[in-house]
Ligand binder design. Structure first.
Ligand code: SF4
Length: 320
């Protein structure tokens, strides 16, 4: 398989040290993209670095393109770890902000290896993903058990890596069950950032999820098409509430409001804004302009952007 960096919105580039995943999450979109098994990339980190530098869309440097590592794989699956570290080592030299998400446990040794590979300590933010604690064995079958996975917060924090609890996707009637447990995790580990993400799906994924929801005696999800704003695939759409024009669903807002009221973590609605917040740089995707419903006004992005040339303020029209 070709492994070419994929540019999104002129602000972010997707880079994969492997394709496919063996975590078997029921809300996974990878089969919609054609990735059915976990396969390491045949390209090295240096190969990818050269491709990025040769691409005119790529803006190098700390305020340049965000490098999203592994959107189409689980980069910390055991046999992928060496190549993931190789990618981090090579790409960190570009100085760009990087982000990576996982449903595995990172121990202290691995966290120290990562930080030792970076150009500066907060260059890479680690997102620890979870959509359900109670039903983890149902919805995230072959991932690390939540109690083990959340130990990643300690490992990253003691190594000095920025780390974020990534509650994505919010599964209607499921994620809400665990809000008190998420609050406990955030407070127990002093998790500095929490990003909550809406649910994107296609009809095949919905069918699969609804079979599970029915077996658990939970209401099925209506196939109500929202915006096609997911950067992952033009086949995926945001699941919207019926009879509502709100950009954010009630399920999402319930989880967000609960966590806001009981923790002092910095809450976000999109991972790139977490990275901007960590690095104190203007939102690389210009979220406050292009996706205002995702902006939580964590900082003065507009003011910071005034220091940039006007030509760099590109307005992106969401696909609807
Ligand atoms: S102010 Fe808004 S756009 Fe800027 S980083 Fe914070 S959430 Fe994102």
């Amino acid at each position: 398989m070709d492994n070419n960096p994929q540019f999104i919105d002129d602000a972010r580039v997707f880079v994969n040290p492997a394709f496919g995943c063996d975590s078997a999450c029921s809300f996974c979109y990878l089969d919609s993209l054609g990735f059915t098994r976990l396969e390491p990339s045949t390209k090295s980190g240096e190969d990818i670095k050269k491709s990025l530098l040769a691409n005119p869309q790529f803006i190098p440097g700390k305020t340049g393109t965000i490098i999203s590592l592994s959107p189409d794989t689980e980069s910390f699956a055991e046999r992928i770890v060496p190549i993931t570290l190789d990618y981090i080592r090579s790409l960190s030299k570009l100085q760009n902000p990087m982000q990576i998400a996982t449903k595995r446990q990172l121990d202290k040794t691995l966290a120290n290896q990562i930080i030792g590979s970076l150009a500066y300590p907060d260059q890479l933010t680690v997102f620890v993903s979870s959509s359900s604690i109670t039903y983890h064995h149902v919805f995230e079958k072959q991932t690390a058990a939540p109690t083990k996975r959340f130990e990643t917060f300690s490992a990253c924090r003691s190594a000095g890596l920025p780390v974020c609890l990534f509650i994505k996707p919010v599964i209607p009637n499921i994620t809400i069950i665990d809000v008190e447990k998420y609050v406990t995790v955030i407070n127990e580990y002093s998790v500095p950032y929490c990003c909550i993400g809406e649910f994107y799906a296609d009809s095949r994924m919905l069918l699969r999820l609804n079979v599970i929801l029915k077996s658990l005696g939970k209401p099925e999800i209506e196939d109500h098409v929202g915006k096609y704003t997911s950067p992952f695939s033009d086949k995926l759409y945001q699941i919207k509430d019926l009879n509502s024009d709100n950009d954010l669903t009630e399920s999402f807002l319930q989880v967000e409001n609960y966590i806001r009221g009981k923790t002092s973590t910095r809450l976000h609605r999109t991972s790139t804004c977490v990275v901007s917040d960590v690095l104190h740089i203007s939102s690389v995707g210009k979220k406050w302009i292009n996706y205002p419903h995702l902006c939580v006004k964590c900082q003065d992005c507009e003011g910071m952007s005034r220091a940039l040339p006007a030509s760099s303020l590109k307005i992106i029209k969401p696909v609807s």
